[in-house]
Design a protein around this ligand. Structure first.
Ligand SMILES: NC(=O)C1=CN([C@@H]2O[C@H](COP(=O)(O)OP(=O)(O)OC[C@H]3O[C@@H](n4cnc5c(N)ncnc54)[C@H](O)[C@@H]3O)[C@@H](O)[C@H]2O)C=CC1
Ligand SMILES: CC(C)CC(=O)C(=O)O
Ligand SMILES: [Mg+2]
Length: 360
């Protein structure tokens, strides 16, 4: 059966990195028998400019009907003055919510060749392989009430609300425990239960799910401030980390620096039916948009996750991962992972190199 893919390049470096990921998909189709067809649609600021809305109905329908969605990134200074209801980032949140993509998997794995590219000492990051499991459709990014209101005395009040219901916590906890069973058998749940009632509930529910359904998995808890510190002090202590939407957003950006660059971290956002959206964890990087400096590997590795989690093509997923390893072993580097004085290549050349490695 032909896999139906929706490709949403978005803004900034989005189109550049998605172009390279599509080269990889095309190579898998022509050389390795991947039966797929993709359709492209605008999202984010680009869509707003075209149609006055960052998530046009046609784009949402395309995503709904697809077996998997590949997204680049959205947002940029050009759209920062817009009302929140039509900001590019709303499109991303709406897609996640509409498709019920509550489980966001963000693996942070250090490639041996890049241990020296990390901001930390090579011996601290050697062998790091962390899976951040981030709750993606709840928490403070979605809670009501929200907004900015005018107070009678003329001051303005900004409000966002951190809400979690027990079933939302249960389902993300199950995802994390399940993944841990296939890895080291350890989960660390990150919260701020010493201050926030909503995350006190988080801790209670995660503990309940663990005790009742996953007694074989070792569960620990950590406050988010300590976790942020431990991630750079001794990241090797972590295997699966499960946490709320905002904490996971922040900690995964931090974890990317163990690997050398945010341009290396892919992600999968999944619902219970196995359909998913795949995107790099980084944003639209307006500071390097149009310069050819963006690292496309996070997006290419997101294609790998798509093959594994939504398309049931794990052999092809292995091939993509091996091709990325090969280009890194061969010393190819975009500027974000090049050592000082080391020759760097551009976005398209990196994509071409992965394609060449795939072809063998
Ligand atoms: N998933 C998404 O679509 C996301 C969108 N955003 C949006 O992106 C825009 C920029 O946000 P920032 O906070 O600057 O975060 P960002 O992740 O876009 O960039 C942070 C830094 O990392 C660098 N970087 C990011 N991706 C890279 C890549 N593939 N290769 C090399 N370097 C890379 C950038 O050049 C920049 O210096 C904002 O409008 C923000 O709202 C931010 C995060 C996620
Ligand atoms: C619009 C933001 C919530 C996107 C982001 O930073 C992320 O998902 O990592
Ligand atoms: Mg983020």
């Amino acid at each position: 059966m032909t896999h139906k893919l929706a490709v949403l390049p978005g803004d900034g470096i989005g189109p550049d990195i998605v172009r390279e990921a599509c080269k990889v998909l095309e190579t898998l189709r022509t050389n390795f028998g991947l039966d797929m067809a993709w359709e492209e649609a605008p999202v984010g600021g680009t869509a707003y400019d075209q149609s006055g809305h960052p998530l046009p109905e046609a784009t949402l329908e395309l995503a709904r009907g697809a077996d998997a969605v590949l997204l680049g990134a959205v947002g940029g200074p050009r759209w920062e003055a817009l009302d929140y209801s039509v900001r590019p980032e709303r499109a991303l949140l709406a897609l996640r919510k509409e498709l019920d993509l509550f489980a966001n998997l963000r693996p942070a794995k250090v490639f041996p060749e890049l241990a020296g590219a990390s901001a930390l000492k090579p011996e601290v990051v050697a062998g790091i392989d962390i899976m951040v499991v981030r709750e993606l459709t709840g928490g403070i990014y979605f809670g009501e009430p929200r907004g900015v209101e005018e107070l009678p005395d003329g001051r303005r009040k900004g409000v966002n609300t951190l809400v979690y219901a027990s079933d939302e916590i249960e389902r993300i906890a199950r995802v994390a425990f399940d993944i841990a069973r296939k890895r080291s058998g350890r989960v660390c749940s990150i919260d701020k239960a010493n201050v926030l009632e909503s995350t006190e509930l988080w801790r209670e529910v995660v503990t309940d799910v663990g005790t009742r359904e996953f007694p074989d998995v070792e569960l620990s808890h950590m406050y988010v401030d300590n976790a942020a510190m431990q991630l750079v002090r001794a990241p090797g202590q972590f295997d699966v980390m499960v946490t709320t939407n905002m904490f996971g957003d922040i900690l995964s950006d931090e974890a990317s620096m163990l690997t050398g660059s945010i341009g290396l971290l892919p992600s999968a956002s999944l619902n219970t039916e196995g359909a998913g959206m795949y995107e790099p964890i980084h944003g639209s990087a307006p500071d390097i948009a149009g310069t050819g400096k963006a690292n496309p590997l996070a997006t290419i590795l997101s294609v790998g996750m798509m093959l594994r989690y939504s398309l049931d093509e794990s052999e092809l997923a292995d091939r993509v991962e091996r091709a990325v390893e090969k280009v890194l072993e061969d010393g190819l580097r975009t500027p974000d992972i090049a050592a000082e004085g080391e020759q760097a290549i551009g976005t398209a050349e990196m994509g071409d190199a992965v394609v060449a490695a795939l072809r063998g």
